[in-house]
Design a protein around this ligand. Structure first.
Ligand SMILES: Cc1ncc(COP(=O)(O)O)c(C=O)c1O
Length: 353
């Protein structure tokens, strides 16, 4: 499909300093848009200046939350080029979310072309390492009218913005609160889809966590309330008896692309890696005995973020010596070396813009 270019050319006023770029606060000058309706399918692909959307107050997304999104990054390469990290996986996941939320899929080629063209137009907004350009593709239901049914019109758009690190300090540790009063996702629900409602439902627990001085919430399974699922915007990884261990993607957690990549990197480095159910008591006992030597979150925005403390009610469990552990460090370095092009891309994960 032809992509119309109505972009504006605007470079940042001052060189982008990754240290001064909080996540999600600055947006590049242009965005991608395309519309879908039942008769014509996807159409009117275009790059236009970043700006407010025209949306009727009766647009279905505003009432029934029919919305999905993605998150991925583009990285500045040593020679000055720019590459996206595994955009095909995000495109496939967007389509998986689309199926679950009853929305039309978007051809992967169109998604990839849209991302590449948009980043190329705003390439001046890709900061130097350790910063990156965050891409936020999204699809929303735009049909005007009330009454719960699947919309017959959708808008797909992509915005981007330069970012430093998600948490205050890229290698600082995070403090996580175990959620006991709320659950994020139940079997058969929408936990595996990247849809706004999952995040809206997590906000109250997130606010309580903040009051307790925690950065994010650790979700337990909805049925038995004892198996570890994931954290607000990261998958969780434990080093248990020397084995890199993460809960399986059995439908209630988001299948993170960082998580998937870490599994591959473990294999390559020679670190044992398993996916299995992890009981929260096993984690607490492991922390007390030293069998659980590290916990870290992984995600596009968070990269590899070591957990320093787990808070469960009034009990605070320290993880190791509350600093980045050797496994997290090794995996973070292996992953970022690939992304920033200082290690060879043996997996074909990096896509040139
Ligand atoms: C709920 C949730 N889990 C896990 C992740 C990590 O996924 P990925 O590695 O694809 O960014 C994210 C974030 O993107 C998320 O929002």
């Amino acid at each position: 499909m032809e992509i119309l270019d109505r972009s504006v050319a605007r470079a940042p006023q001052a060189p982008l300093d990754p240290v001064k770029l909080p996540f999600g606060r600055t947006f590049s000058p242009n965005m991608f848009m395309a519309e879908w309706d039942e008769e014509r399918g996807w159409r009117d692909a275009r790059i236009v200046p970043y700006g407010p959307l025209q949306l009727a107050p009766s647009a279905m997304v505003l009432h029934y939350g029919q919305e999905i999104f993605e998150g991925l990054k583009a990285f500045r390469q040593p020679g000055g080029g720019v590459k996206l990290f595994r955009p095909d996986r995000n495109a496939a996941r967007l389509n998986a979310s689309a199926r679950r939320i009853s929305m039309p899929e978007i051809p992967v080629e169109l998604q990839l072309e849209a991302m590449k063209r948009l980043v190329a137009v705003d390439r001046a907004w890709v900061p130097p390492a350790p910063g990156s350009l965050y891409l936020r593709p999204a699809m929303i239901a735009t049909e005007e009218g009330l009454g719960v049914h699947s919309s017959r019109r959708f808008l797909y758009f992509i915005i981007t913005g330069p970012t430093g690190s998600y948490f205050a300090n890229g290698t600082g540790t995070v403090r996580i609160m175990v959620a006991r009063d709320w659950v994020r996702a139940a079997p058969g629900g929408t936990g595996a889809a990247k849809t706004g409602g999952n995040y809206a439902a997590s906000l109250l627990a997130g606010a309580v966590a903040k009051q307790k001085g925690c950065d994010q919430v650790l979700w337990l399974d909805a049925v038995e309330r004892r198996h570890v699922e994931e954290v607000g915007a990261m998958n969780l990884v434990f080093v248990l008896d020397g084995v890199v261990t993460t809960p399986p993607t059995s439908g209630t957690i988001l299948a993170g692309i960082t998580r998937e990549s870490i599994g591959v990197l473990c294999h390559e480095i020679g670190l044992p890696f398993v996916e299995r159910a992890i009981h929260i008591e096993e984690v607490f006992q492991g922390l007390a005995s030293g069998d659980c030597s590290e916990i870290f979150g992984c995600g596009t925005a968070a990269v590899v973020s070591p957990v320093g403390e787990l808070v469960d009610g009034d009990t605070v469990y320290k993880v190791g010596n509350a600093a980045e552990g050797p496994v997290a460090k090794r995996l973070r370095e292996a992953l970022t070396a690939l992304q920033f092009g200082t290690a060879p891309d043996t997996h074909g994960w990096m896509v040139e813009v």
